[in-house]
Design a protein. Structure first.
Length: 260
């Protein structure tokens, strides 16, 4: 018996991994985060499977269901949105499973920041502009942020920021980041990425607050900040530069010469 923590991806049912989908299709129990996991994904569970939305459940109740499955020798598909390693609340579940000596495995999924970048047709690491992505959030109702991870500190890096769970805190985002990125820095608020009603609000640090307020977005949104989101001019990467040699290109040239 194994508990599989499965990343269902950002919303589109076909963005789940093949491995994750196959596990859902065969596990006798499926526990899923109903507020963010599409019903089409859990509809793939066996017809006689126990399928439960864990959104209204607390941790003890979830672990109790897993214990019941463990006693029966039945695998469990524990389905989370996005990728379970990012704000997935799996650490406390894993701690309980280890204490109970219940085997588990984590199956990665497509994270929201990657899906947002894909939908925008953007690269978040643009040569000469930004080569680092920071995934973070701000303090609201959930657990507090460590002081060393404040936006004021992270913003000093100039990296591309993917700020989760913070759209209602956007005035704070603007206030903390403007001194480091400037008021004209590009910002995109990605709402419900991968869902049929997805929306992208484009702006700058100086006007994004008003634009988000006009659309009445208060949850389920990711904030992307940084010049790499809408670069004006940038250098080509060295990867495909004709004058740049690396081992694979060198080997290809050798093979071509041998074929002559």
């Amino acid at each position: 018996m194994t508990v599989y923590f499965i990343g269902a991806g950002p919303g589109a049912p076909d963005l789940i991994t093949v491995r994750g989908l196959k596990l859902i299709q065969r596990c006798p129990m499926c526990l899923y985060a109903g507020s963010l996991v599409p019903e089409a994904i859990v509809a793939e569970a066996p017809k006689d499977a126990v399928v439960k939305d864990t959104a209204p459940m607390h941790l003890d109740e979830i672990i109790e269901d897993i214990k019941i499955a463990h006693e029966r020798g039945e695998d469990v598909a524990r389905v989370h949105s996005g990728d379970p390693s990012i704000y997935g609340a799996i650490a406390e579940q894993i701690r309980r499973l280890r204490a109970l000596d219940i085997p588990f495995e984590v199956v990665p999924g497509v994270p929201a920041f990657a899906a947002a970048a894909a939908a925008l047709g953007a690269e978040l690491t643009v040569p000469g502009i930004a080569q680092t992505i920071i995934l973070t959030r701000t303090s609201m109702k959930s657990s507090a942020m460590p002081e060393r991870e404040s936006l004021a500190i992270l913003g000093q890096s100039g990296a591309t920021l993917a700020i989760h769970l913070s759209v209602r805190n956007i005035p704070h985002v603007e206030r903390e980041l403007t001194p480091h990125y400037g008021p004209d820095c590009p910002v995109v608020v990605a709402y419900r990425v991968g869902w049929p009603d997805q929306m992208f609000i484009r702006g700058t640090l100086s006007d994004i607050r008003q634009k988000v307020r006009a659309e009445k977005i208060t949850r389920t949104a990711l904030i992307l900040v940084g010049p790499a989101i809408a670069p004006q001019e940038f250098e080509d990467s060295r990867l495909y530069d004709a004058d740049f040699s690396h081992i694979l290109r060198f080997q290809a040239k050798e093979k071509a010469n041998e074929a002559k």
